[in-house]
Design a protein around this ligand. Sequence first.
Ligand SMILES: NC(=O)c1ccc[n+]([C@@H]2O[C@H](COP(=O)([O-])OP(=O)(O)OC[C@H]3O[C@@H](n4cnc5c(N)ncnc54)[C@H](O)[C@@H]3O)[C@@H](O)[C@H]2O)c1
Length: 313
Amino acid sequence: MENKEIVVTGGCGFIGSHIVDALIENNKVTIIDNLSSGKMENLNKPKHENLTLIKEDLLDADLDSILKGKDYVFHLAAKVSVPGSVAEPIYYNQTNIDALVKLLVACKDNDIKKIVFSSSSAVYGENPNMPLKETEVSMPCSPYAAQKASGELYLKSFNEAYGLNYVALRYFNVFGPRQDENSPYAAVIPKFISAILNAKSPVIYGDGEQSRDFIYVKEIVNANIAAAESDYNGVVNVALGKSMTINHLFEIVSDVLESDIPVKYLDERPGDIKHSLADISNLKNINFSPEEDKFEEQLRETVKWFRNEMENR
Ligand SMILES: NC(=O)c1ccc[n+]([C@@H]2O[C@H](COP(=O)([O-])OP(=O)(O)OC[C@H]3O[C@@H](n4cnc5c(N)ncnc54)[C@H](O)[C@@H]3O)[C@@H](O)[C@H]2O)c1
């Protein structure tokens, strides 16, 4: 993508900041981020001449004037914690739905070429029909998942009613540099890495035979750009289409870190799903396929970043 005017909401977050990195040299990028979970340190080049940074809540920002003359919107800003959404569903709804609808109105009023929305495999919830296809029924188990599912429907309705082009990308388990390991709801890969680097036993809930479909953050970036450039309107899973058990993941992380620290097994957490695996055949609609067999290399990159962070703290 070149010479485009782009808005990245949530551009100071884990995934959004990698999208900014990929676009900033050849495009003009405007970030809208209230820094509620994002960080300035996530920005590689906060003073880049192509970057405009608007540190504001989407609900307060003058989206109409920000979106004037822009080509594409990558919408990543969200309240992202599943348990957080269970505790505070109305608060979560304000960002995950109210701000989305406000953004969609500004997109259609400003003739945005396409909006790419970060959705989540959480919309499948307890649906057991693996591998999960986009046509499967949504069975959301949390307000967060319901908000992502509703967000997708809002996009579809704006496409039908106003002709606004969109792709909703359902990410499975994303990992990579800049992922937050400090939140109480941190994802498993940063938790494993951080525990081992701190010479502590990582924790596995249940027997470890539950499985997930992991995907590297830079693949998510490429899927976002491909989705914007494609002619497709609709929902697309973004994953590797391969499942890995948590026990196996632990072995690989231990190998990469040359660690013999044992794992600690605790009781299964209520509400945790047993397996998650994507059908990724729809990725062809956005002309994208993730690289195969790079998991260990990607994990090494991730570990390198966590090591650096620890040393610079
Ligand atoms: N990380 C994953 O594994 C994963 C999986 C599925 C879907 N997603 C989705 O991808 C997107 C990015 O997730 P992430 O992991 O980078 O999370 P993140 O928390 O690092 O990024 C979200 C960003 O949005 C900003 N933000 C939140 N509310 C805002 C508001 N009201 N106004 C302006 N900015 C606001 C935060 O400050 C943060 O920078 C989210 O929509 C998330 O739901 C992530």
